[in-house]
Design a binder for this molecule. Structure first.
Ligand code: FES
Ligand code: FES
Length: 909
């Protein structure tokens, strides 16, 4: 131990510290400065950035033995407070810089260090600084952060007043469609927002810290688990194994498709007989400290009999492959599509036929905040589980039988989440912390390392697709034939639904009269398939959008004009035979056309022998909602002070659930003339809010938005006086015995798809046109995206700031998907940099988003869903742009430099 005197945020502190501990640990655990966030813990994300003696450092990789006695440390807490915001924090809020907000304290401290050194940085200086200091953001796409720095610098130079930056309520009081900062923004930019790991540090004495014993192989039989040595380790309270689990010890996959050959009970909470994938949890060590738990976890001995590891769909489909779940075939679900007449005669006679094979891989979600949760018993004898869940009621029913409790004995709460992007549509650690709390009778806390986040949470499921188009010589699509295999990892949850997405979205956006195809869900030993933004469409539409360009090439047609010829118009139907709810694609193409022509010109002029430039387009479509009659419920209550409280489980990945709920309620309650601060939100606690359904499939704005609208309208109706103009106060309602708290419900007018993939699964869709401009280095094959343009129709826009943030962030993830991101190699891809995380310089500063707002007949105030649209198909635009630049057609992602270089060499360029 060493004694140090430090000056922390201007306050002298005397500390006794372990010289091997990191500065981040000391600031967080000993000083409770939890504004210092720990993401990767490996010096790769910058979430832990602090200023140490005038220099920006990553505190997770700064050992205390390197911190000088008397050193000065500035953390986010020393930059500004909620009552006294620093201009950088103000600017971060108004530019939407804090989405999930987990990276925000690190970025803001980093910006402070930059502006202390350079008060007038150019945009490129800012981007260089963030790149050099490894400040990583997974939500925003970086553009807003650079905007925020520029405006903060102006305020600090005295060229602008902070007050000029602030959001001003419009004169008519209408906030719908404006840039109102999200309610959680102040807490996020000041580091006062307590994420799961922060809550963990503030748990009561006696809380046990958990460490998992995890499989280091991908497939094996378990012969025995010996916990005796671990139990004798210092600080260990108990080692929990499957024998301690009181219920079925399985998480149900809630299989709803009757033709699924599995039963859904295939995922163990703690492995008993088999290991199904790398990282599977075998035991939980519960100890007084995290260090003790981790040390003891190393001592648990697991006797394994190795089995063949099937690490891809083709491997698991081989004739001689073992059944991964004995009794259930590895191909456990088949989804067909049959629309219109037979395709064979059409293909036989068609003027043009194109065909190709496509692969979109295991894109990792890579939130900056690793998975985290805690559990305890409440005073009513219920088990309370806090996690990053984006499906609180869904998860409750998925884990209750496995844990061995009735559903009403479990309460699920969502912590502020530092990004999920869909991986939290699956339960991750909920059942583990639940089982540990029950087995020990103590509060428990579990925080994954970023390595565990990457290696032991679900990933995007790879699709292997063969696709054929038949067209006439004018380019009119006549028929499509598709075949797709979905590698869903070992656990079946939602695998059938994902396979259905192939039927719904391969070829979507185009009027194709005849379609035949078949998809299948395949059980493998690679990472389990979980939801990821745009779920199924990035795989499905990559195939059809790249093949559209191949068709255009064969026809000698411009790719945008080929899309214009075939896109939905009145009389068109979707691949599922549904009439689109709006027909905005022709207008969107008209808007994009001049920009596309300019991009082609720019590319031509900017190309040299060393750098080839090109432009490419793609079209993206996604449905908002779970399939069929999806529904949601909320409560709305008139408060004693005549404000209103909305209760909902509108879970927040970081996308802005609070802003979505507030904007919708405010619009619905406008007759009351309330300012937004008088509408309170009680979100994401199953003991307080009803089942609004999970936050997935871009359903929340449509389903829960409509439920909020319905509830608010009912409340207004009961408050309205006989003059039809004025409204009762709370006191008047109580006096007249009129209920002040009511429920709002809504069900989508939609029908499930049948066995042939035909139906009207979604009442609202989202439409997008992507334009990518790229530069390809011919010597290395390295591709840089120089500009992205998106024309989006997501209906009427609720909160412009939040929606812009979703668009830029989704585009950034699309660029990552196109060029770098993967989780295939269990070792190489286990870190952020190894898995191809895009930093500031990999994402263009030049991104433009245009909205065509076609009001949706079934959307609340005309709104459709939002978050999935920008990741439906931007990667295909990038790949099409690469072909436009240098003639290399990449069909299997990611387009790593070596693949592009091989293509260039094959073409003799
Ligand atoms: S760089 Fe320190 S937590 Fe990532
Ligand atoms: S706002 Fe940057 S990681 Fe979420």
């Amino acid at each position: 131990m060493i004694k140090l005197k430090l000056n922390v945020n201007g306050v002298p502190k005397t500390l006794v510290v372990d010289p091997e501990d990191s500065l981040a640990e000391v600031l967080r655990k000993q000083l409770l400065l939890t504004g210092v966030k720990v993401g990767c813990g490996q010096g790769q994300c910058g979430a832990c950035s602090v200023i140490l003696d005038g220099k920006l450092v990553r505190s997770c990789s700064t050992k205390m033995k390197r911190v000088a006695d008397g050193a000065c440390v500035t953390t986010i807490e020393g930059v500004g407070t909620p009552d006294n915001l620093h201009p950088i924090q103000e600017s971060w809020m108004v530019h939407g810089g804090a989405q999930c907000g987990f990276c925000s304290p690190g970025f803001i401290v980093s910006t402070k260090a930059l502006l202390d050194e350079n008060p007038k940085p150019s945009r490129e200086d800012v981007r260089d600084w963030f790149q050099k200091h490894r400040n990583a953001c997974r939500c925003t796409g970086y553009k807003q952060l650079t905007d925020a720095v520029q405006d903060a610098a102006k305020v600090l130079r005295g060229e602008m007043r902070a007050a000029d930056l602030r959001y001003k309520l419009p004169a008519d009081g209408k906030v719908w469609g404006t840039n109102l900062p999200r309610p959680s923004a102040v807490a996020k930019v000041t580091g006062t927002c307590d994420y799961g790991a922060d809550l963990g540090l503030k748990m009561p004495e006696g809380t046990l810290h958990l460490a998992l014993v995890q499989a280091k192989v991908s497939h094996a039989n378990i012969k025995g688990i010996d916990t005796s040595a671990a139990e004798k380790m210092p600080g260990v309270f108990k080692v929990v194994t499957h024998k301690d689990v009181k219920g079925k010890n399985r998480i149900t996959g809630l299989i709803t498709f009757p033709t699924n050959k599995g039963d859904g009970w295939d995922r163990p909470i703690l492995c008993d007989e088999k290991v199904f994938q790398f990282g599977d949890a075998i035991a939980i060590v519960c100890a007084d400290t995290e260090k003790q738990a981790k040390a003891a976890a190393e001592k648990v001995k697991v006797d394994l009999e190795p089995l063949p590891e099937y690490m891809s769909a083709p491997a698991a489909m081989a004739q001689d492959a073992l059944e991964i779940h004995p009794g259930t075939p590895n191909v456990y679900y088949i989804q067909k599509i049959a629309k219109g007449g037979e395709t064979k005669p059409v293909f036989d006679k068609a003027a043009v036929v194109v065909e190709d094979d496509f692969y979109v891989g295991r894109q990792p979600h890579m939130p900056i905040e690793p998975d985290v949760g805690c559990a305890y018993m409440n005073e009513q004898g219920q088990l309370v589980i806090h996690s990053k869940s984006i499906g609180l009621h869904l998860h409750l029913y998925m884990i209750a039988p496995g844990i061995g409790l009735e559903a009403d004995k479990i309460v699920m709460v969502q912590n502020p989440a530092g990004g999920t992007f869909g991986y939290k549509f699956s339960p991750t650690m909920e059942a583990l912390v639940g089982v540990a709390a029950l087995a020990t009778g103590r509060p428990v806390f579990l925080n994954y390392s970023w390595y565990q986040q990457q290696t032991y949470t679900g990933k995007r499921s790879p699709f292997f697709i063969n696709l054929r188009f038949a067209a006439d010589k004018s380019g009119k699509l006549l028929a499509m034939e598709s075949d797709w295999s979905v590698d869903h990892g070992p656990y079946s949850e939602f695998g059938d639904l994902l396979t259905l997405r192939g039927a719904q979205f391969i070829g979507s956006g185009y009027d194709i009269a005849s379609i035949r195809g078949e998809g299948r869900t395949v059980c493998t030993n690679h990472a389990w398939g979980s939801a990821f933004r745009a779920y199924g469409s990035p795989q499905s539409e990559f195939a059809s959008e790249v093949l559209m360009d191949e068709l255009a090439e064969k026809l000698g047609m411009d790719p945008l004009e080929l899309r214009a010829k075939n896109c939905y118009r009145k009389g068109s139907t979707t691949p599922t035979g549904q009439d689109p709810e709006v027909y905005s694609l022709p207008e969107m193409i008209d808007l994009l056309r001049p920009k596309y022509k300019e991009a082609l010109e720019r590319a031509k002029k900017g190309s040299t022998a060393a750098v080839k430039r090109g432009a490419g387009v793609s079209l993206g479509v996604y449905g908002a909602g779970l399939d069929g009659p999806d529904s949601s419920e909320i409560f709305v209550e008139l408060n004693e002070d005549d404000g209103v409280t909305v209760y909902a489980c509108w879970e927040d990945h970081g996308q802005g659930a609070d802003a979505g709920a507030l904007g919708t309620a405010h619009e619905a309650l406008r007759p009351l003339g309330l300012t937004p601060d008088r509408i309170r939100l009680v979100l994401n606690d199953t003991s307080k809010a009803p089942n609004s359904g999970p936050a997935g499939g871009s359903r929340s704005q449509v389903m829960t938005g409509n439920a909020i609208k319905a509830g608010c309208e009912l409340l207004l109706a009961s408050m309205r006086k006989s003059d039809k103009k004025s409204y009762r106060t709370y006191a008047e309602m109580v006096k007249e015995k009129i209920p002040t708290k009511i429920s709002g419900k809504w069900t989508a007018p939609a029908t499930n798809c049948d066995a042939n993939g035909q139906g009207k699964p979604f009442c609202c869709y989202m439409y997008g046109l992507f334009l990518a401009e790229v530069a390809v280095e011919t010597a290395t094959g390295k591709t840089t995206v120089e500009k992205m343009t998106l024309v989006a129709d997501i209906g009427s826009v609720n909160n412009r700031l939040v929606v812009d943030g979703q668009m830029y962030g989704g585009l950034a993830q699309g660029i990552g998907l196109a060029l770098t991101e993967d989780y295939e190699d269990l070792k190489k891809h286990s870190t952020m940099t190894g898995a191809g995380f895009p930093y500031a310089k990999q994402i263009p500063d030049n991104m433009e988003v245009f909205y065509v707002e076609s009001p949706r007949p079934d959307g609340p105030f005309g709104a459709s869903g939002v978050g999935e649209l920008p990741l439906t198909c931007p990667h295909a635009a990038v790949i099409n742009a690469i072909h436009n630049a240098c003639g290399v057609r990449i069909t299997k992602l990611p387009a790593l430099p070596e693949k592009v270089l091989a293509g260039l060499k094959a073409k003799g360029r």
